[in-house]
Design a protein around this ligand. Structure first.
Ligand SMILES: [Zn+2]
Length: 135
């Protein structure tokens, strides 16, 4: 029983931390004022006979929180996920429009190995036209 209680508490703390992280991150409009929209295409893979788990597209508008962390699809994964926040930040800095890559989940899943899940992503950033001649 104690374990279950702790787990629920841990979950509540995690949600609260997530909320605070969202607020701290601010909106896309605040953090990346030159960006008019972001589209992230993702293919989720897991270590299995049929590795492709799902395809997903996330549309981010200027009013969205400037935090792009996707959850690991493996339910028992602890501390995992795919954080595209730094990738997006780097892209905006260099005015990059498209970037493809792979992220491997760093969470731990007992008894699975650390490479239990990964995503292949393609991030497309649209910039506001007026901002192109500034900076
Ligand atoms: Zn994971």
């Amino acid at each position: 029983m104690a374990n279950r209680y702790n787990h629920r508490q841990k979950h509540a703390v995690k949600l609260e931390l997530q909320k605070q992280a969202n607020i701290a991150a601010g909106s896309v409009a605040d953090r990346f004022p030159t960006v008019s929209g972001i589209v992230i295409h993702m293919a989720y893979y897991r270590k299995a006979a049929i590795p492709l788990l799902m395809m997903r597209t996330v549309n981010i508008c200027p009013a969205s929180f400037a935090i792009f962390k996707m959850d690991c699809m493996i339910k028992t994964c602890d501390g995992g996920g795919f954080d595209l926040t730094s990738i997006v930040a780097k892209m905006v800095k260099t005015n990059a429009k498209v970037k493809k890559g792979v992220l491997v989940c760093q969470g731990t899943v007992d008894p699975l190995s650390p490479d239990h899940a990964r995503i292949e992503y393609e991030t497309v950033i649209q910039y506001k036209k007026a901002s192109q001649d500034t900076v």
